[in-house]
Ligand binder design. Structure first.
Ligand SMILES: [Zn+2]
Length: 165
């Protein structure tokens, strides 16, 4: 970002971001893809970063525990101070004129994934009794009701009967 630091306030540059492959943001955070554009603007305090990135993140569903790819947008608007000024921002342009996007991205992604972490809005989760994934197997009640009633036989036994040759 050295070219921006030496430029006058108001100078800006749009940086396209495209990582179609798996990428490591932090020790415990990997993304499957990242794409978008960031606008970096030179202001008197440093560099203002603004933009929106689309993130693909493989994670576990809170309800059914299946892995799914969560795709969402993160909107970034952050000041990277130069020289570093902790009173104005925790982010800063380092001595080489570079910006480390990872800590900011990590923060935004953890916020996003903490509240949107189901594979689908209508995910049915796990059966409280059997632990089966209800998206695939239905509830035990539904399995019972799918079996035609046979007079004189308890419906639960009817399920057993179907399993017999
Ligand atoms: Zn789910």
């Amino acid at each position: 970002m050295g070219f921006l630091l030496s430029a006058g306030p108001g100078t800006y540059r749009e940086i396209p971001i495209a990582f179609p492959q798996r990428l490591q943001v932090d020790d415990d955070l990997y993304l499957d893809a990242l794409a978008g554009a960031l606008t970096l603007t030179r202001i008197s305090e440093g560099i203002l970063m603004q933009g929106s990135l689309r993130v693909s993140h493989l994670q576990e569903c809170d309800r059914c525990l299946d892995a799914f790819v969560n795709i969402f947008d993160v909107t970034l608007a952050e000041l990277f101070t130069s020289p570093p000024d902790a009173d104005k921002s925790v982010f800063f342009v380092d001595g080489d004129g570079a910006i480390d996007l990872a800590p900011l991205l990590r923060e935004e992604i953890l916020i996003e994934t903490s509240y949107r972490s189901v594979c689908a809005e209508d995910c049915r989760g796990l059966d409280a009794v059997t632990g089966h994934n209800l998206n695939r197997e239905g509830t035990s009640q539904e399995l019972l009701s799918a079996v035609p009633e046979i007079p004189g036989i308890d419906p639960r036994l009817a399920v057993l009967k179907q399993l017999l040759p």
